[in-house]
Design a protein around this ligand. Structure first.
Ligand code: HEC
Ligand code: HEC
Ligand code: HEC
Length: 104
């Protein structure tokens, strides 16, 4: 019995990095008046096949901590933050597709 508990705990600890924003987890950004934005970690880790550093790099989202960066549309339109991909080439463009991200 104890052995099973220890193994389960060890397994949980070992798999933690993989379960961060990634597998199954999503973040909700709810500050915009036109609706909150759900960021799906699983979908985005599939999209970002170059790994966590696609987003977690000094220029984009340096910290693995929600709220450490203030996301603005100006930055997204300028090709920063979510806009490194949501530019109409790597993923749908932000302009004109407001409701694909913002849900009321
Ligand atoms: C497509 C972009 C993207 C990718 C790829 C990505 N993340 Fe994130 N991650 C984010 C954003 C955006 C945040 C929120 C940052 C902020 O608000 O400042 C975040 C936050 C986090 C957080 C904090 C979650 C919380 O509840 O505060 C962790 C942990 C994390 N990421 C881990 C990872 C790991 C591990 C990987 C790679 C397996 C990864 N992320 C890949 C965009 C990404
Ligand atoms: C590494 C590239 C990348 C980054 C960075 C990125 N996305 Fe995406 N995102 C994608 C791709 C690829 C899709 C799939 C749809 C497509 O191909 O246009 C997608 C889809 C979405 C969807 C639609 C999900 C659905 O259910 O249809 C939302 C919402 C979204 N992204 C929000 C965000 C937000 C918010 C950020 C910034 C915090 C962000 N994305 C950053 C690549 C990215
Ligand atoms: C790729 C996803 C995405 C798309 C598409 C998108 N937004 Fe956003 N938007 C965000 C995220 C993420 C935030 C940050 C919200 C937060 O911090 O809680 C944001 C913030 C905002 C804000 C508040 C901050 C600011 O910059 O003013 C407004 C207003 C806004 N969006 C309007 C829009 C409008 C209008 C459109 C369509 C023309 C749009 N958004 C399309 C993801 C998106």
């Amino acid at each position: 019995m104890l052995r099973i508990i220890v193994m389960t705990l060890l397994f949980a600890l070992m798999s933690m990095p993989a379960f961060a924003v990634p597998a199954g987890k999503s973040l909700t950004f709810d500050k915009a008046a036109n609706g909150s934005v759900n960021f799906d970690g699983s979908l985005h880790n599939k999209a970002a096949d170059k790994g966590c550093r696609t987003c977690h790099n000094p220029d984009t989202f340096p910290q693995m901590k929600k709220g450490s960066v203030t996301i603005t549309m100006a930055k997204i339109y300028a090709g920063e933050q979510c806009g490194i991909c949501h530019n109409g080439e790597d993923a749908f463009a932000a302009k004109g597709k407001c409701n694909q991200c913002h849900k009321r």
